[in-house]
Design a protein around this ligand. Structure first.
Ligand SMILES: Cc1cc2nc3c(=O)[nH]c(=O)nc-3n(C[C@H](O)[C@H](O)[C@H](O)COP(=O)(O)OP(=O)(O)OC[C@H]3O[C@@H](n4cnc5c(N)ncnc54)[C@H](O)[C@@H]3O)c2cc1C
Length: 278
């Protein structure tokens, strides 16, 4: 059987950090399962975060009005993307599983990791208007966020000061990962490791190790399938009327984002739904 490949996209400045420890646990555990593990250590690589015309080799299509999305799509088709983007795209192509390991910055990924997303997940390579969400380019791959917070868990409850973590996760998990087609595994959240005693931090890493052991058996999170929507500009890419009617009697929205003005389905972005067949 062909060897499986995992990619860890990692963003922390310090090898002594908790993030580095979480990265090492995943790398060791995946390697023990027989994975070939690729690592993109973004700060160590001095990975450039800004999406500029330096990413394109050769002449621009419209030099008078630089449009990053259009230019990178042409460059991708013509093999004119710069070397660091191409190297990362190769890793994504090879990987069945991509884990993003990072500290939560401003309710999101650190800028260097956002730059990786902006620059590596180019149009054509990672998505198109006909290949998105569950018809997405990476629909046979899995991806997950694994991150630390400064906040304690209760701060990210629906009644906590930061608001519901499910809402925080929606843009990254739906807008980036699922948009590109990835099956998104539930996030691994290390709540406030800096505020925990050493024994609790050790237990967090043990829990992560145990989770990585069983990762290939995990079901992905639930997102709204594309066939619920009229995927045309005329239809505005909105829910078909019959799909809306079918949901009228239900107590919750479809997903955190497609809430239809109803209460959010609990834990939609943090827990996979149980297998309906089991
Ligand atoms: C710009 C910015 C924006 C931020 N925005 C947010 C935000 O929106 N929301 C939020 O909640 N937080 C936010 N934070 C806080 C940030 O998320 C936390 O500081 C970060 O997640 C902590 O992770 P760390 O890896 O840096 O922890 P560290 O401080 O590196 O580690 C925590 C503790 O774990 C110890 N440790 C290291 N290795 C091990 C090991 N192997 N075993 C056991 N213990 C170990 C360390 O020594 C340390 O005591 C922000 C921070 C910055 C700088």
């Amino acid at each position: 059987m062909a060897q499986k490949t995992a990619l860890i996209v990692y963003a922390h400045q310090s090898p002594a950090s908790f993030n580095a420890a979480a990265r090492d646990v995943a790398m060791q555990e995946l390697a023990a399962q027989g994975y070939r593990v690729l690592l993109s250590d973004l700060y160590a690589m001095d990975f450039r975060a800004s999406a500029t015309q330096d990413d394109i080799i050769g002449d621009l299509k419209t030099p008078g009005h630089f449009q990053y999305g259009d230019e990178t799509m042409s460059a991708w088709k013509e093999g004119r993307l710069c070397a660091d983007i191409v190297a990362e795209q190769r890793k994504v192509e090879e990987a069945e599983l991509v884990i993003f390991q990072f500290p939560l910055y401003w309710f999101s990924v650190p800028a260097i990791m956002k730059g990786w997303m902006d620059r590596v997940l180019t149009q054509g390579f990672a998505f198109s208007l006909t290949n998105m969400y569950d018809n997405g380019v990476f629909k046979d791959k899995k991806a997950m966020l694994s991150f630390t917070t400064g906040a304690i868990q209760s701060m990210f409850k629906p009644d906590g000061i930061n608001g519901d973590i499910n809402v925080t996760l929606w843009p990254l998990q739906n807008g980036v990962l699922h948009f590109c087609g990835f099956q998104v595994l539930a996030p691994q959240i290390f709540w406030g490791p800096a505020h925990c005693p050493p024994a609790v931090r050790a237990a967090m890493l043990d829990g992560w190790r145990a989770r990585v052991k069983g990762l290939s058996e995990e079901r992905p999170l639930t997102f709204a399938p594309c066939d619920l929507f009229d995927l045309s500009f005329r239809g505005g890419f909105r829910l078909w009327p019959r799909a809306r009617e079918e949901r009228e009697s239900q107590g919750f929205g479809i997903t955190t984002g497609h809430h239809l003005g109803k209460p959010l389905p609990p834990d939609n972005q943090t827990r996979a739904h149980p297998d309906p067949r089991s």
